[in-house]
Design a protein around this ligand. Sequence first.
Ligand code: NFS
Length: 656
Amino acid sequence: MKKYKEVSIDSTTQQMYERAQEMGIETVWERLEKQQPQCGYGLLGVCCRNCMMGPCRINPFGGEPTRGVCGADADTIVARNLLRMIAAGAAAHSDHGRHVALTLLIAAEMAEKFKKEGKPVLELDNMASNTLPYQVRDAEKLKAVAERLGIETEGKTIRELAKEVAEVALHDFGKQDEEALRFLKAYLNPKTYEVFETAAAKAGMPWFENGILPRGIDREIVESLHRTHIGTDHDPVSILLHGLKTSLGDAWGGSLIATELQDILFGTPQVIKAEANLGVLKEDYVNIVVHGHEPVLSEKIVEAAQDPELIELAQKYGAKGINVVGMCCTGLEVLMRHGIPIAGNFLQQEMAIVTGAVEAMVVDVQCIMPATVDVARCFHTKIIDTSPLATFPGAIHIKFDERRADEIAKEIVRTAVENFPNRSKKRVEIPKEKMAGYVGFSVEAILKHFGGNLKPIEEAIVEGKIKGVAGLVGCNNPKIKQDHNHIKIANELMKRDVLLIGTGCWATAAMKYGIFLPEYADTDNVGPGLREFAKEWGIPPALNMGSCVDCTRMLVLADLIARDLNVPISALPVVGSAPEAMTEKAVSIGTYFVASGITTHLGIVPPVLGGPKVVKILTQDLYDIVGAAFIVEPDPYKAARLMYDHIMKKRKELGI
Ligand code: NFS
């Protein structure tokens, strides 16, 4: 068993971990310990289970066996395994994006149907009617996206535009022609487009038509599975090139669609103050934790929790009201748009339940541990699964249907409220700590803040007040003390005057330690140039750009700067980092950052070390192919140094 200080730097996690130990509740850290020693072949990526002649594994010390039964060597196996990870990550993000596009389409079609049935016409044409389960909250963004996509907007209603945008998005998933994705073409600057077009030829594989430009979001994911089937693609170069292409289908397709269409449906985030950490749970309220990724659900739960009837019911049971808080990325979605407090990042999902104060944890998809059900059994907490594609044994299943979203959301909230009397007051212990911070830095909000363009940031970079920008992303991983590397890397970069932007569980970590407060700029963790810049503009030294699909906001921002300077993204003094990476989605993000021209650090060594050629491609050769590559470094101090060096190298190349 670990000491509580070894698992996290977050005192709320430490307290709840200690509590779990006292109560004999098994958590992620015990399960990790029971897995020790973890399989060396797996860690190096040299085991193959892609056919039933296997499983095969390669001797990592150079002796026999050097090949699998089919003859695949270590590099082929490592590359194939990596491609499958990228494909799974891209699939998760993109299926989320598809779901949002379908929701927009469903809403537009319902508006059409209601209109035909004679319901109030104007409201339905504007898609502002609350007879619809989902409305268009940001019509301006809808028009902007439509215009970018080349859709004629003149004389069309919001309803017609919403339908057309949803259809273009859905077409990008399944189209079969060789053209690049329409969303990619609409968003990417021509210089970076050219990099994608010529990348494969530069890698010696000119038969990749259109280079690494993704053609169909689903198509590239399917092709990843095809290529890695026994007896198909064996060259690590072509396997990895297809990995870049698949990840770009995620970045400039699936994830981008998720972000943009969510903004249309739920509103584009604007700067707002909110709170983070387990202290946001309230002792005398019904606590509902929304956990997972898709705001299509969490938005509705937030709405339903404001229903006077349900609040009254909660009061009847002796609660003061209903308190909805977030966890992981769906938490970030409602945090960014409504300032709903976020209870924690990935490693706090079990900890939230251990407080004994959670009536329901409402989950949809991704990053939800099945163990939450086991922990919940020790308390009165109900785990409610809602997605038809994610069922948790032992949970309550209230499956979501967008057409009946309001009704189902109310049923879910009611289930939570009715569980309040089952709470044992004696067993409640909520850590006090929580932290305030400013969130909501969408690209639109950033542009607005800086007066309509990015000149102030660009000038500060040219002057050297800011040395560059780092995009920090990704998970917690119990192999690393929770949040330790997130915060160390952030501080080490800010000390060197690097402006931070970030998403996902990194963003929640940063918020918990006060980094999203403007006054953080006064601490010793921020260099003088960045301090001056942050103060001048009244911003924190790090900007929360949202959930993991919102990594596309970072790409769009980088792309805008690249456009202004008329260079590809790879020329910018910009780096990425996933200090505590854990998911396949993080692998896809890292890959699309690199493919888009942003050199990216990983704090967890991915399972590739068994393939020396693969390692060389990922960490060196990609510089010549896409202008960026991976840096792998578990030590946060060394990692920050390497990232800073990269920024300085890029500055020199730009002559600044
Ligand atoms: Ni991103 Fe969100 Fe967190 Fe990692 Fe999971 S919540 S999509 S994958 S663990 S950052």
